[in-house]
Design a protein around this ligand. Structure first.
Ligand code: 3AM
Length: 183
């Protein structure tokens, strides 16, 4: 299964912030295509294809991490050429977020896929952005999210996979396999 750890940003206290970010994402019509509302997340570590037999050990290892909760403020928007996305970014990522991501990227049981880019926390809002799409994006309203838990998510390995859940527009949805609490 193709797996990644992410902040789902779905804690009850985040409802207003999440709704505002969703509204902002959906307002940028004409700039690529919006990710489904339910898929909004901040990736902490992308593990790639993990054999099912490893998943219980992965969960047990992560369950034992005792790492602190924190909050993040998404206040800036960026357009990245590779991959072609619009994303919300953090002006100052907290140290606790960077430490959590580092732990999850370096688990001995299944280290994350090496990435040529430095880890830059971001929330993908739209994909398939073209070069001249993204000029003059409106500034997003700054949104603060409490991060009290994170999840292990499965993403489809191929767009034609018929077993994966989809929204009512047929877009593939990530599946949260397990949630982990921060202290
Ligand atoms: O939406 P974001 O960028 O947070 O980009 C993919 C997405 O993250 C990322 O994993 C998340 C769920 O699919 N991803 C996919 N393939 C990747 C790869 N080979 C990857 N990240 C790093 N390396």
């Amino acid at each position: 299964m193709r797996l990644f750890f992410a902040l789902g940003l779905e804690e009850g206290i985040n409802q207003t912030a999440r709704a505002q970010l969703v509204a902002y994402k959906n307002r940028l019509s004409g700039v690529g295509h919006a990710v489904p509302d339910q898929n909004l997340h901040l990736t902490l570590a992308f593990l790639g294809d993990v054999p099912d037999a490893y998943i219980p050990r992965l969960q047990a290892t992560v369950q034992d991490l005792q790492l602190p909760a924190f909050s993040i403020t998404a206040s800036t928007v960026e357009v990245w050429a590779q991959p072609r996305i619009v994303c919300a970014t953090l002006a100052s990522p907290p140290q606790a977020l960077l430490a959590l991501a580092h732990h999850l990227q370096t688990l001995p049981v299944w280290p994350a896929k090496a990435d040529s880019h430095a880890f830059t926390p971001h929330i993908t809002l739209r994909r398939g952005v073209k070069d001249d799409d993204a000029l003059d994006l409106p500034t997003p309203p700054a949104q603060t999210f409490a991060c009290q838990r994170f999840g292990l998510y499965a993403s489809p390995s191929s767009s034609s996979d018929e077993s994966i859940p989809r929204d009512n527009e047929g877009r593939a949805l990530y599946q949260c396999l397990h949630q982990f609490s921060l202290c």
